[in-house]
Structures are given as C-alpha cells and as structure tokens.
Design a protein around this ligand. Sequence first.
Ligand code: XIL
Length: 312
Amino acid sequence: YEPWRDAASDHGVTMGFALSPQHLSIDGYRQVAEREFDLVVAENAMKWDATEPSRGAFSWGQADQVAAFAESIDADLYGHTLVWHSQLPGWVESISDPVELRTVMHDHIDAVAGRYAGQVDAWDVVNELWEGDGSRRQSVFQRVLGDGYVAEALTRARQAAPDADLCLNDYSTDAINAKSTAMYELVADLIDDGVPIDCVGFQSHLIVGQVPSSFQQNLQRFADLGVDVRITELDIRMNVPASAADLQRQAADYRAVVEACLAVDRCTGVTVWGIDDGHSWVPDVFSGQGAALPWDAQYQPKPAYSAVAEAL
Ligand code: XIL
C-alpha cells in the first residue's frame, strides 16, 4: 500500500496520530510515524499538567518536541487541549473565585495557544465538556464560571492564535444520542452568538463491533451547521488476547469509520490515538482490553492497517 498520508491527500483529508515524543527513539515507531501520517497531535505533552504544572511556570520541552517532529515530517500540528477537567493540576482545581479562575484560564490560553500560534492548525479548545446525558460536566470551570466558560475560552483562543481553527472535542458523541445532540445545540448557539467555533472533534474510542450506525449522519448534521468535523482519537478495543476473527472485525470497523469521514465533505480526516498496541492508553484504563490500534506491539501492520489503506 502507499502511505496513508499520500492516499488521504487525494481525498483532501489528513491522517493523524497521537505522538508521545519519548517513543521516537524506537525505530519501528518512528518509521511508521514518518511514513504514514501528515498530522500530529500530542498524546499528553500539550495538556495543562504538562505545560503549566504550577501557576505561571510553563514547561515546553515535550510540547516543543511534538511541534518540531510535526514540522520535520511536513505534517499538520493539532493542539490538544487548552481547557479540560482531566490532567489538570490541583492548583487550578482548587480555585473557587471566578475572577481568579477566569484570569488563570485566560493566561493559560494566551501562553499555550500563543506559543504555537502559526504552528498549530487547529486546537481542541475545550475537551469533554459533557456528561453522558447531555448535561454539563461539573468541572471546576463549569462550577465556578458557569456555562459561558466555553464561549469565553473560544473567544480568548481566537485572540491568542488568530489563524488556528478552534474546536470542541468529546467522546461518545459519535452516534446521534443525547450527548451529541447537546453538542450540536451548543455549536448552533455559539454560531448564532458569533462566538468563534470552526470544528468539532469526535474522539471515537470505540469497541469492536460497535461502530454506531448513525456515525455518518451525525458527522453530516454538524457539517451542515457550517463547521468542520474530524475523527480525533480513533481506537477500537477488544478483549485480549484477540482472536483472528476479532482482528478482522476490527479491520471492518476501521474501514467503516474512515468511509464515514470520506462521505462527509467537511470531514478533515482521521487521527488514531497512538500507533501500536504496545503503547496504547487502552489497557491502562479498560482492564482486560487492548489491541485497539492498527499496528501490533512489534510495529507490524494489522488487518486494520490494510483496511484503512483500502478505504482511502
Ligand atoms: C489519554 C492518554 O492517551 C494517556 O496517555 C493519559 O494517561 C490519559 O489521557 N480522551 C482524551 C485524551 O481527550 O487526552 C486521553 O488521552 C484519552 C481520552
């Protein structure tokens, strides 16, 4: 197969992966990264705990490595993420004064989005703002600043990085359901209110055999609002050890996700959340599950790899 990135560019989409720069010293990892992908997102390095572990003290080492690697392979750089309840330092979590929290949020956005302005093509400005029932997640930002924090963060990000597309990103919003409908209504309201919003990310941390049948229709309804959509964190997990049949089912699922994106004009592409099964977040978080990525732990392509190549 030709590299994913070359096949994807014929469709006007990009193929991304979540990079942990410490893995670039592994030959197999680096070779796949360099050959296949034309978009890079930091798996952890641009999160709040990595970039501003204590107030006003920024640490850019890993984030800069991600940006430099993206540039070295002539890939887009995707920013993840500015405002999120998780991987958030305790010093932010404990702020209860709205004036203080607003300042802290603005300063963080100014510093991080500002540093990579002109380099980051699109930012996940707010990540995972919803509960499963479509109510607001009670993060510190929600509790202290109220619903308006999302618009405030987007507006601030536009000032800090005027050329970056600004996205909201979430999981379990891949199907048409209460959560994705809450996101849909919010995006419609933001557009109505003139708040800068350019894109919506669908994480798509899926389970084998469970690609939602409404996936494409869901992407399309967002696109019809006038925003770009992207599959931002794709992996498809299963119970391990995986059987050959599981891996074939997974391949069909990967193909279905890529085809859903290609069928929607404003879908900008697909990002996989890692490269290989040996370095995936899945086994750490979903016990007994794994084998979620297109390369195995020895960097051999799995059936999912070929299925994506054929879909492209
Ligand atoms: C995960 C990383 O993959 C892990 O290395 C880390 O320990 C926890 O976060 N949704 C997101 C991602 O938006 O940032 C998460 O990444 C996976 C779920």
